[in-house]
Design a binder for this molecule. Sequence first.
Ligand SMILES: Nc1ncnc2c1ncn2[C@@H]1O[C@H](COP(=O)(O)OP(=O)(O)OP(=O)(O)O)[C@@H](O)[C@H]1O
Length: 311
Amino acid sequence: MNDTLSSPSIALHGTPALPSPSAELAGLQLDYGSRSVLRGLDWQLLPGQVVGLLGRNGAGKTSLLEALLGLRETTAGSVRLFGQPVTQLDDASRARIGYVPQQSDLFESFTAKQLLSYFRSFYPRWNEAKVEGLLSRWDIERDKPISRLSGGQQQRLSIIRALAHEPDLLVLDEPVASLDPAGRRDFLRELVEQVLDRSTTVVFSTHILSDLERVAFNVAFLSGGRIALQAPLDELLDQTRLLAGTPTALTLAAAGLQVLSRGASTSVGAATGGRERWLVRGNEDRVPVAIAGVEVQRVTLEDLFMELTQS
Ligand SMILES: Nc1ncnc2c1ncn2[C@@H]1O[C@H](COP(=O)(O)OP(=O)(O)OP(=O)(O)O)[C@@H](O)[C@H]1O
């Protein structure tokens, strides 16, 4: 068989095509009783992508990550991981997933050493050198019961467990919440190495925007039960501007550009005197520029968060 033609990531005429998604969510609907948390959400995660998932408290980040892993029942829509429906994943595909839940699920009476040797037995691929290196670097006592490790050490152990079998898809729900700044930096470095070494797909939710700014991750904004926007952060910061002016002037200034949000927002300045503020995105050829009667401001990740995750 011709390997080139059979590869899903190579197009027939020799032009590289997009690689097959590691995760593909379509029309996902998730309701808790009468409350809809996900509303027809579409999302794709590609190999080698590192995606920071952002959203306000209660936006549904945990629900989304659990649904992505098949841990949460959905009302409608589909989730496919590595091309298979998440409800019918075979063991080999399951072994390609790493997950760090928001609430620690470690067996607390075990020691770190016992826990890791227990999990090792489930995975055909297990990088003992990486595990040993991280345990030493992250100062985790191997023979102490997990219940007596600090919150941050337990979180690090949970991350080590999720990285140990070299997953192709790594899902982390607020993995850095209990880590100090040094721990967070180390964790981010580890993620980047993982992606460079193995093209792992990484998605993690966080409220710590500075961590995302440190590395040029993709950011995805969850709002109104959908992914409102996903793009590489450096590209977004380069191409997006906040414009302020009258609706007529803004319509002129934004012609041909993507308007991401508009209206009264409180994140930068105040909209007064019939003036509005629009968040506008250009592209590599054209960035929004000032015209008469329109103020143009560069944006920070915090501005984007405030504008794109309004309820
Ligand atoms: N098991 C459940 N039953 C009913 N409602 C739930 C359940 N789990 C979550 N919710 C509700 O769904 C909404 C989304 O919750 P979720 O935990 O997914 O949000 P989140 O974005 O992860 O929040 P946070 O940033 O605070 O961790 C919230 O209003 C929450 O109260």
